[in-house]
Ligand binder design. Sequence first.
Ligand code: BT5
Length: 251
Amino acid sequence: MAEPWNPTIHHFESLGSTNTSLVADATNGAPAGTVYVADFQTAGRGRRDRTWEAPPKSSLLCSVLLRPTISLAEAHLATIAMALAAQTAVERATTKAPLLKWPNDLLFDGAKFGGILAEVVPQSSPGSQQVALVVGIGINLTFSGPPESEATSLEKATGRIIERDAFLHLLLEELGNRQSLLNNQSGRTTLLAEYKGVLSTLGREVRVELADTSLVGQASTIGASGELGVEVDGELLWFHAGDVVHLRPTT
Ligand code: BT5
């Protein structure tokens, strides 16, 4: 039976990174539903060793600990659950629906205002079927991102100043509606169907940027673990990680 969803929010004025702290505390047994939220991060992290910047109190900066019964190969579905929760929470807060770009970006008018970093916590109990996952999210509320990023904020894109804690509660409610789906195959299928229905990357011409190369093709499908299928020169290639650039304007 699914465990009840009772998130417990811990608030910090300043942390290095909410993800880094929560991964450490998850290793020491913090329960599922533990949420760390910070006004400021001195070492906010993006994917692939990149940084996430946000002046104090300009953004939602939080991390949530999940302990789903799921294989490591499917852990990316937790990112998807968070992305869908964030998309719905933003629409509820602003009445405007943002787009999702694979794998983890939230966009308004083609500009990024939110990103997700999910990390697997090194297992403290080998043999457990539960995987401990820290899913961190940064949402620009009033800060429009570093200048070179061409990013945006909810304020700039929607004209609304969204209060952080009210938004966090919406986000956790939406995540609560989806996190139990991670625990079984039919739930994961439901989650993927929702994702495929809203992912703006599908059907687009994209450039997939990998560590040392890039490829151009047509994004055509999502696999069972959330991987992106791209048709390149008539061949379907699968990507589990990487950055995607939409080559046509995002509407
Ligand atoms: C992400 O990485 O989009 C994941 C960001 C996750 C941040 C949250 S905040 C709470 C939790 N604790 C953490 O330490 N992290 C998580 P990526 O796709 O790699 O995007 C990073 C890139 O986006 C950077 O290289 C910059 O170019 C750009 N960037 C940095 N800060 C930004 C911002 N506030 N808004 C938009 N873009 C930004």
